[in-house]
Design a protein around this ligand. Structure first.
Ligand SMILES: N[C@@H](CCC(=O)N[C@@H](CS)C(=O)NCC(=O)O)C(=O)O
Length: 202
């Protein structure tokens, strides 16, 4: 199995954390979305792109994780019971939405000031991040993991989005006002899957 995509992409990291939790071996090809390997396999030219052992390409991160989760029985990241599975997927959508808005803001911030979008656009993106964090803070409450006693896709996704906020928008200081997420993130960060996939500081 091959995972295509650079370590700086939070969606790539999400897949790497899942693979590490599942203790599955794979080849990590550090490459960008415009590379020939990616564009030949993925018409959307995005990372992560994944190649199964028989060469079948998969995308996006959500589909890749569902595939990876099916490869061995334990630990199960996506719960089997329908209501729990849907809820874990909702956590993933929330986390991906936070990452989408964070990626958009940090890309915009890299442009010369005169070329950046207006304050309304920034406020709209910020509202997505704020709203997503508030929902996750409420939903995790004082539980040991997002969905209760065991780590699931919800924790993989939530932890990835919090780690990306630290990296891309440190000025945002997401820990303020989110003590439950702070506690959860400290615990997740200590896991080997999170520690070994942390991208190098740029
Ligand atoms: N929803 C996708 C998002 C993937 C994504 O947007 N990746 C970015 C890198 S962080 C990318 O490849 N961007 C290139 C492009 O959009 O052309 C996923 O979960 O895999």
């Amino acid at each position: 199995m091959k995972l295509l995509g650079g370590s700086g992409s939070p969606y790539v990291r999400k897949v790497r954390i899942a693979l590490a939790e599942k203790k599955l071996a794979y080849e990590h090809v550090v490459t960008g979305p415009a590379s020939p390997e990616v564009t030949q396999a993925n018409p959307l030219a995005k990372i992560p792109t994944f190649l199964c052992d028989d060469g079948t390409p998969l995308y996006d991160s959500s589909v890749i994780i569902e595939y990876v989760d099916s490869l061995n029985a334990s630990p199960r990241l996506i719960p089997e019971v329908f209501a729990d599975r849907i809820d874990a997927k909702r956590w993933e959508a929330l986390s991906d939405g936070i990452m989408d808005a964070t990626v958009a803001i940090s890309h915009e911030d890299r442009l010369p000031e005169a070329q950046r979008k207006d304050a309304d656009w920034y406020a709209k993106q910020q509202k997505k991040v704020d709203g997503g964090l508030a929902q996750m803070e409420k939903d995790v409450g004082t539980k040991p993991f997002c969905k209760g006693e065991a780590l699931t896709l919800a924790d993989v996704a939530c932890g990835t989005s919090l780690g990306y906020l630290d990296r891309a928008l440190p000025k945002f200081e997401w820990r303020k006002g989110h003590p439950n997420l702070d506690r959860l993130y400290q615990k997740l960060s200590a896991r080997e899957s999170f520690a070994t996939t942390l991208p190098p500081k740029t």
